[in-house]
Design a protein around this ligand. Sequence first.
Ligand code: SF4
Ligand code: SF4
Length: 424
Amino acid sequence: MSNVLNWQLGRDMEYPYEAAYPDRQFAFVFNLNRCIGCQSCTMACKSTWTFNKGQEAMWWNNVETKPYGGYPHHWDVRTLDLLNKANPGGQTWGGEPGGPGAPYGRFEGRTIFEAAKNNISPEGAQRALGYLPADEEWSAPNRFEDNPVGAEPGRKGQMTFSGGELVPQHKTWFFYLARLCNHCSYPACLAACPRNAIYKRPEDGIVLVDQERCRGYRKCMEACPYKKTHYRSTTRVTEKCIGCFPRVEGRDPDGGGVPMQTRCMAACVGHIRLHGLVQMNADGTWKEDRQHPLYYLVHVAKVALPLYPQFGTEPNGFYIPPRWVPRPYLRQMFGPGVDAAIERYTHPDRELLAVLQLFGKDARMCFRYEIKPGPKVFETVIRGRKFEIHDDTVIGYARDGSKIIETKVEEPLHVRGTQFANSI
Ligand code: SF4
Ligand code: SF4
């Protein structure tokens, strides 16, 4: 085991290999307040990469309804349970969120790598604490779709509640959690592979399975806490999200030679996704890149948080938490940065409002943005606080410096002309 810095935990942690970081890292931010559960992302991925025989139960991108849904079933609850059993009552955070070396505070519990040491099975110690889902857990990928929690007892089979709901938090709630491989900085799949068949690309941090080396031992499936590697019965090896690497490399003809967002990102109907490549320091932290939209959202505005950072893999997928969901649930899922993130998201300043307009506007990756100030167009008071909207213009640039996005905070209103009247 080596000691590596996990900036999401605010401390060093143990990992089976020496740290090695790419120059640029594949990363994304999803705004869960906007996801409508349409599964366009899921189908964009499936129709591109997993439509062959043996890939029927393979959903590299999936969207599950939380809290009950999950693919495989209950993947997160099962791993949280294992960690709690390994370290009863100790999976807590300390310190104050917001410090330079500890943006979410300091995680005092054990990661899946640290907890594995004491988990000796008849086969020996695991590299990462985990479990292998049974075949039936990979069935019905969208089980519990739209099922809320917190409903009052009502007629059988119906979810009822009375008294309405008031923001900020709802009594009866669900939300859609869109997921894919996080192309982690400390991948558990890679750590657990006895064949060294999994590697992380130095140019963009995408984590891949070498199909020639893999022997289908499924140690990666056992170790990945997000359960994002998949076994293919027809080839008897493991496959996983490849981060649409030809697009990320700028080889998709539609991109004109510049890096493009993955298929699931570009197909997102709800415009919840922003995907990019962030610059890394030699110690694995993000290099300051003030005008990069992902750097801004994660490290400046701090509205986007990692998914289950306590697992310890340092995932590179970040989420703007859904604001109506009870906070204890969100704190468990996204760590102690939740309250500040929701506070900023629900009272956005001019820059945040402008950057949020970049989501879903162009399939090419945005490497830099700038904002041109516009006039004040709206003013109100929200929950006792003054709130203003300025019609600022936000401009996004591709890797080669060409302009790919120019849009305004105030969406233009288009009135359908009478010549286009619907005749039905
Ligand atoms: S999410 Fe899972 S499969 Fe993807 S890199 Fe992390 S540990 Fe590996
Ligand atoms: S395409 Fe976008 S809005 Fe639709 S389910 Fe996927 S992430 Fe959500």
